[in-house]
Design a protein around this ligand. Structure first.
Ligand code: F3S
Length: 420
């Protein structure tokens, strides 16, 4: 790689050991992908915020010991736990201590404690065309596909290196030519009645991820009035069933106002379809529960927005969650403060809902909560739940989730795509 004098001096240790290590990792990454040089990024979102293994924690702490601080505005993905209400989440002492050490490391690096996986809603929000370095698959897919910012799918720890240097190798989705759509996915016979049910969007995302894998897809037929929270659920699902970093929703993605724009003058290598039958199949696939019993209803994967809380509060108004069910919502501290001020939080708590910040429901402490089955309005959560927690899950829209939680047994209305 071609390095500037300043970059070579960092490699010589002139900016300290943390910067030297961080830059050498980025140079190795760039060499691996054939990048010719490094480029500046305006901001970083760090995904390495969960304690997974000791090495991850030690890496963050070592960087602090070596004087590492972030060079650009840097936000943080969720911790595994609610760092403030950890007792209500029944977090074991050892898990708490590891996450508190991670928290201290990132605060010492001067990262912003956003602790959210929806940084595009409440974080350091990029603009169209901005070069950024984000971790967290749903956030990456959203940043590239909905905002039109440019990031690769940065892996854990690589994100810390990018934050300390404020640069990444110039390759992949940072370059216009690599953002060209390779395959075309057409939504076929999907009616406006189907689009009116918000539960369709995570299912569409799930199907797109399966079809696209790690390729860039263009999707035609998405309605132009789709809500931002539906796009959030779409991107999260797509990036969980496939390694999707970018998909062009024609007419919605800023750089894909027309199909020609995202194909960059080429023809798609493959043309695929998503039909109501495929949507039905995706829904069946995301239902692992064998009978009508669930004891956990969980939402906020990705973190819930204020609009989502307003809808939830309307659905639960003056009712109470069944005693056999635990109802969790995960969000960030900003939204938490807003719903508290608006009185939504006290209404939800009165209805039996537990609201957590900072954390990730997929990382809940299993030993403290021996659930048997979960229902969720997140296709991402349903997709990962069994493999990561050993818990059967069923995906449904938020209305079904609330009805299930109120009655204490699975209730699912007939979806428009189920009517043949
Ligand atoms: Fe966020 Fe955890 Fe879901 S990080 S997207 S709540 S799996």
């Amino acid at each position: 790689m071609r390095l500037t004098d300043e970059e070579n001096s960092i490699l010589d240790g002139k900016r300290g050991e943390a910067a030297r290590i961080a830059l050498s990792v980025l140079v190795d990454l760039g060499t691996l992908f054939g990048a010719e040089e490094l480029m500046r990024v305006s901001q970083v979102h760090i995904d390495a915020t969960l304690y997974m293994v000791e090495a991850g924690l030690e890496f963050a702490e070592k960087m602090v010991d070596w004087g590492g601080t972030v060079a650009v505005p840097t936000s943080l993905n969720p911790s595994a736990i609610d760092l403030q209400r950890w007792d209500a989440l029944r977090v074991p002492a050892e898990t708490l201590s590891k996450h508190k050490r991670l928290e201290a490391a990132y605060l010492n690096m001067r990262a912003t404690p956003t602790w959210t996986c929806a940084p595009y809603q409440h974080g350091i929000i990029p603009r169209f065309g901005e070069q950024i370095a984000w971790g967290e698959s749903n956030a990456i897919a959203f940043a590239n596909s909905i905002i039109g910012a440019r990031t690769n799918r940065y892996a854990d720890l690589m994100d810390i290196c990018a934050a300390i240097i404020g640069k990444v190798p110039k390759f992949g989705l940072h370059l216009a030519e690599n953002r060209k759509a390779d395959i075309l996915i057409e939504l076929k016979d999907v009616s406006s009645r189907m689009f009116a049910d918000d539960a369709i969007y995570p299912l569409l995302g799930y199907l797109l991820g399966e079809m696209a894998g790690d390729r860039v897809a263009a999707v035609t037929g998405m309605p132009q009035d789709v809500k931002i929270d539906s796009l959030k659920g779409f991107c999260a699902a797509a990036a969980s069933s496939g390694a999707v970093g970018l998909c062009h929703l024609v007419g919605l993605t800023p750089e894909a106002q027309t199909l020609e724009m995202c194909l960059q003058g080429n023809k798609p290598r493959r043309v695929l379809e998503i039909t109501p039958a495929a949507i039905r199949k995706a829904q069946e696939h995301l239902c692992m529960v064998k009978n009508d019993a669930v004891d956990l209803v969980v939402t906020g994967c990705p973190h819930y927005s204020t609009a989502e809380f307003m809808r939830l509060a309307q659905l639960i108004k003056d009712k109470r969650i069944h005693e056999s069910v635990v109802f969790w919502v995960f969000t960030n501290r900003t939204v938490f403060a807003w719903i508290k001020n608006k009185g939504i939080l006290s209404d939800l708590i009165a209805g039996g809902v537990m609201v957590f910040t900072d954390g990730c429901p997929l990382q809940y402490p299993r030993e403290s909560w021996p659930f048997k089955a979960a229902m969720t309005d997140s296709a991402k959560f349903a997709n990962y739940c069994f493999s990561q927690r050993g818990l059967d899950a069923v995906y449904a829209g938020i209305e079904d989730c609330v009805e299930t939680a109120l009655r204490g047994k699975i209730c699912r209305k007939d979806s428009p795509w189920n009517k043949k």
